[in-house]
Ligand binder design. Structure first.
Ligand SMILES: NC(=O)C1=CN([C@@H]2O[C@H](COP(=O)(O)OP(=O)(O)OC[C@H]3O[C@@H](n4cnc5c(N)ncnc54)[C@H](OP(=O)(O)O)[C@@H]3O)[C@@H](O)[C@H]2O)C=CC1
Ligand SMILES: Nc1nc2c(c(=O)[nH]1)N=C([C@H](O)[C@@H](O)CO)CN2
Length: 236
């Protein structure tokens, strides 16, 4: 028997985009499981609203598999898996291989293993989706953050492969934003330069990712697709 109200899993949801999407999905009436790496006050708000918060640090295969076992101990079905957890940094000189490993692990190995082991949970849900949060930067590459960009490109490839493997019951799609939210330490010069890179020229905030998530969850006939949410950056 298929489950109609299985929880949505969203990773890295203790702050910013993931936290906003978690709050909006709760507003929509979904039950929710979120992962966090470091405890934050905002997690208490999610807990108070009934979300299950599971600690997860996607550092290596062992820690990822340990999370998966922890997840399976708390639910036997999932409505969707949203892979939002991410690290964004330029690899420091002399630390390139370690950075590449870290970025590959959080952006590719974790989604890969969680999808493989989570597919059985998704199969038990009446409707099922996997959504990878990628980055528009994959479109042209990144001179400043090549390892980050390559790991997100690999995530886009997993969107195609898992869409083919898990059809027809599980839809697999991606969302590729460009600038969404600045970080607190982004100075005025960086912000001005970043805004000029898109045709629309403004900082959209996290709700454009929630709107894209809502669209992919609700539409029955899209799989293997990555939605570009970049303010027309490709036009500049
Ligand atoms: N913000 C933007 O403008 C853009 C964002 N994106 C993408 O959108 C998504 C959300 O962005 P944003 O909210 O800024 O993301 P953040 O940079 O705020 O990171 C989201 C979360 O990922 C968690 N995380 C990082 N590394 C690991 C790990 N190894 N294991 C488990 N969790 C980890 C962090 O946990 P902790 O806080 O504990 O470190 C953090 O809370 C990301 O996938 C990002 O790449 C794409 C383009 C633009
Ligand atoms: N995990 C993260 N990924 C990205 C972030 C971020 O803050 N965390 N920020 C960006 C930038 O906004 C970029 O899109 C524009 O400068 C990209 N990825």
């Amino acid at each position: 028997m298929s489950v109609t109200n299985a929880p949505i899993l969203i990773t890295g949801a203790s702050q910013r985009v993931g936290l906003h999407c978690a709050e909006r999905l709760l507003d929509d009436g979904h039950s929710l499981i979120v992962t966090y790496r470091s405890e934050k006050p905002e997690l208490e708000t999610l807990r108070a609203r009934g979300a299950l918060t599971l600690h997860a640090d996607f550092t290596n295969e062992t820690s990822i598999l340990a999370f998966i076992e922890h997840l399976k101990a708390h639910t036997d079905a999932l409505r969707a898996i949203v892979h939002n957890a991410s690290a964004w940094f330029a690899e420091a000189p002399g630390e390139e291989a370690a950075a590449f490993q870290q970025l590959f692990t959080v952006h590719m190995l974790a989604p890969y293993l969680i999808n493989l082991h989570g597919a059985a949970l998704l199969q038990r849900s009446e409707r099922a989706d996997i959504i990878h949060i990628s980055d528009d930067v994959v479109r042209k590459g990144s001179g400043n953050r090549p390892a980050y960009c390559a790991s997100k490109a690999g995530l886009d490839s997993l969107t195609l492969s898992f869409a083919a493997r898990f059809a027809p019951h599980i839809k697999v799609n991606g969302i590729a934003p460009a600038l969404l939210m600045f970080n607190p330490d982004d100075d005025a010069e960086y912000r001005s330069k970043a805004l000029k890179k898109s045709a629309l020229g403004f900082e959209p905030g996290p709700d454009v990712v929630y709107q894209s998530l809502r669209y992919l969850l609700d539409t029955p006939y899209i799989t293997g697709t990555t939605l570009t949410v970049n303010g027309g950056r490709h036009l500049k």
